[in-house]
Write a protein that binds this ligand. Sequence first.
Ligand SMILES: Nc1ncnc2c1ncn2[C@@H]1O[C@H](COP(=O)(O)OP(=O)(O)OP(=O)(O)O)[C@@H](O)[C@H]1O
Ligand SMILES: [Mg+2]
Length: 291
Amino acid sequence: MAQAVTLWLDRYPSPDERLVAQPVKRILVGNQKGGVGKTFVASGIAQAMAEMGLRVLLIDYDPQGHLSSRMQVDGLPEGGESLLTHMLGESTKHIARSLVSIPHERFGGRLHLLPASTDAFLMDTKLTLLQYGRDTCLVNALEPLEKSYDVIVLDGPPNLGTAMDLAINYVHRRPGELMDHSGILIPVWADRSSFDAYNLLTEQIRAHERRSKSKVDRLGFVVNAYDARKGVVTRGFYDGWYEQTNPGVLTTLKDAIEGREASDMQVPLLDYAPDSPHAQAMRNLAKELAA
Ligand SMILES: Nc1ncnc2c1ncn2[C@@H]1O[C@H](COP(=O)(O)OP(=O)(O)OP(=O)(O)O)[C@@H](O)[C@H]1O
Ligand SMILES: [Mg+2]
């Protein structure tokens, strides 16, 4: 009997053991539509996860560098090489040299940022010229960091180019990885163009899945900057998002002053307005994604 139980336990490890064995959680906050709140959400969930006690790496994967500037980080640290340099295999130093620790006490030294670099504006062009290993160059660049983190969050760019394709590939479900452990989190607005944008994004994800024969989990929508006072049409699109089931809506973030102010003041939201509804919503979202 005891032998049978041991055999069974070997075969079906406890959920905790399975989770421990999971690869680092990788979340791409993505939508090619500009200004929908990708940076706001990426930064907010990363802050909340670090506050919860997780080790979090935020990657500013948008050459505009909004995430870096809103974290008051002025580019790469001295001696650090850009993510693109690492992706092209031209680096001379460990990629950990490119990271900056976000100093606020509530993050306990657990929140790190890989800042944007202006060479990322050339990423698509340079990657097109890469003859070998283009599909895996982001995976390979980040691999040396993965064991040091519980979660890696990428702030996606506002386009659907090669760089975005590599980010989609980075969060695909790896062999043995549980469904929805990693994937794409999609901020949207309650308007028509957000639905059009989502259809395009879905096409790119599906094309990637077909090409790579892998699965990319869509973790859910964040309906952002919602204001019911905008009228019945807005409310109709809002209801439209809530009718989606695969994936569904994870949360709604209202259009509120703290979000805008935190960005403009370049202070992390959870430090700027820790008790605001936005901060609490980010914590709830982080808990759900980390579960
Ligand atoms: N729920 C919200 N309430 C108030 N302001 C918000 C909210 N969400 C985002 N913002 C503000 O709107 C602006 C655009 O948001 P953000 O930069 O996160 O969008 P984005 O999708 O990353 O844009 P881009 O496509 O340029 O990367 C920022 O100033 C941000 O602080
Ligand atoms: Mg952004």
